[in-house]
Design a protein around this ligand. Structure first.
Ligand SMILES: [Zn+2]
Length: 401
């Protein structure tokens, strides 16, 4: 089975991308959605991908015709269970409830131990987050503060729009590791070797962010104050942008903006993360940079504009994720996805909201065809993609300072 997570070396030269690979082997047959939001608590025992038997208290999101299950645990993790893996499924009269913060924190600490991370961990709890940190309490608190401000800024930005975004149902979780060595160790086991080459990532499957102390240098002691962290972070804004990018994915997938395991166009989800990724480390009261030009992406996009472009490039970006997954052209496709998102939000916001709402209605584990992708887009923005493409590329803002 392919893993389901986003990661990207945002500005790394060797950008590699793995994005949602739908589990078509399991749910190719018609899928029966038990309920829109199933409320019954189940206890399901199955052999996981490593053939370890697990018992998970969960709700059943989908049942395939062959008996395969898509489960959501009380910690927010998604599990796909094939009929062959399934050992026992018991229903109960109880209502499904997300884990409370203390139990979730204990579980995260237990997971670290299972993954062989030996350094002591601390749990930092904020309004929406439970952060498990081996990078010291101060750094964990700094990350928690950054995430909370981003969370509020995200909701504030979309507040006036008719998207019905909601508070996350599950407490949002993150592992913050003390250095890159621990990060690689955890990422490799948690999500595979590909994840370990990033600076941090959001796993759609586990709903967790995995990252490390970006201010740490070899043998440096954990930071003792926010000021010390901020000073170090000013020197690595690109790395901070990575963390914010991944945190935006997590918020978007937990607010009702996107649905985990639905076929979200990658240009859209990545464009959203890049729209918000511009770091705003100084602001204590709010995230003032939302909606500012992302200068790094803009520089790359300007280069693209200077090159001869195929007139169908917008088609190819919208109808399939292939350019964003192809390491040879992904960096350019990311810049184009940012630019398209930025252009549409600034110039066609009402239509962009219409498009988001269409995507909000997508079912889990159902892949769209290229024609369906284009159809959804045309329904919101009009059938003449060539005209839109021309206006997009000629937007004067791309050229102004
Ligand atoms: Zn991303």
């Amino acid at each position: 089975m392919r893993r389901h997570f986003y990661y990207e070396l945002i500005r790394g030269r060797s950008l590699r991308v793995i994005v949602v690979a739908l589990i078509s082997w399991l749910f190719a047959a018609d899928v029966r959605a038990d309920e829109a939001t199933p409320s019954a608590l189940h206890r399901v025992t199955f052999a996981d991908d490593r053939s370890v038997t697990r018992t998970v208290d969960c709700r059943i999101l989908l049942t395939a015709q062959d008996g395969g299950l898509l489960l959501e645990g009380r910690d927010g993790k998604l599990w796909t269970v094939s009929p062959k893996q399934l050992e026992k499924s018991e229903s109960s009269d109880e209502t499904f409830q997300p884990l409370p913060a203390d139990q979730l924190g204990q579980q995260l600490q237990q997971e670290l131990i299972e993954f062989g991370i030996k350094s002591p961990s601390e749990i930092i709890q904020t309004k929406h987050y439970v952060i498990c940190s081996t990078a010291g309490r101060k750094y964990g608190e700094w990350v928690g503060g950054l995430f909370e401000r981003l969370h509020d800024a995200f909701h504030l930005f979309w507040k006036e729009d008719d998207l019905n975004l909601h508070e996350p149902e599950f407490l949002l979780t993150a592992f913050v590791l003390k250095d890159q060595t621990e990060f690689v160790q955890l990422a490799t086991q948690h999500d595979g070797a590909d994840a370990a080459v990033s600076k941090g990532y959001f796993s759609i499957e586990t709903n967790r962010i995995v990252m490390f102390d970006l201010s740490a240098t070899q043998n440096s002691a954990p930071a003792k104050s926010f000021e010390e962290i901020r000073q170090k972070m000013r020197k690595s804004p690109f790395n901070v942008a990575t963390v914010i990018h991944e945190a935006t994915h997590q918020i978007a997938f937990n607010s009702g903006m996107h649905t985990r395991f639905a076929d979200n166009p990658v240009w859209l989800t990545e464009g959203m993360a890049m729209f918000f990724e511009v770091p705003d480390l100084e602001s204590h009261s709010g995230w003032k940079t939302v909606g500012k030009m992302n200068q790094t992406r803009l520089v790359r996009f300007r280069e693209l504009l200077k090159q001869q472009r195929e007139p169908t490039s917008l088609h190819s970006l919208i109808q399939s994720d292939s350019r964003l997954k192809d390491a040879a052209v992904a960096e350019a496709a990311y810049a184009e996805s940012w630019a398209l998102t930025y252009y549409l939000i600034k110039n066609r916001k009402v239509d962009y909201i219409t498009y988001l709402k269409t995507l909000q209605g997508k079912s889990r584990l159902k892949a769209d065809t290229p024609e369906e992708r284009l159809g959804d887009f045309s329904k919101a923005f009009g059938a003449n993609l060539d005209d839109l493409g021309r206006d997009f590329k000629r937007w004067p803002a791309w050229r102004s300072k």
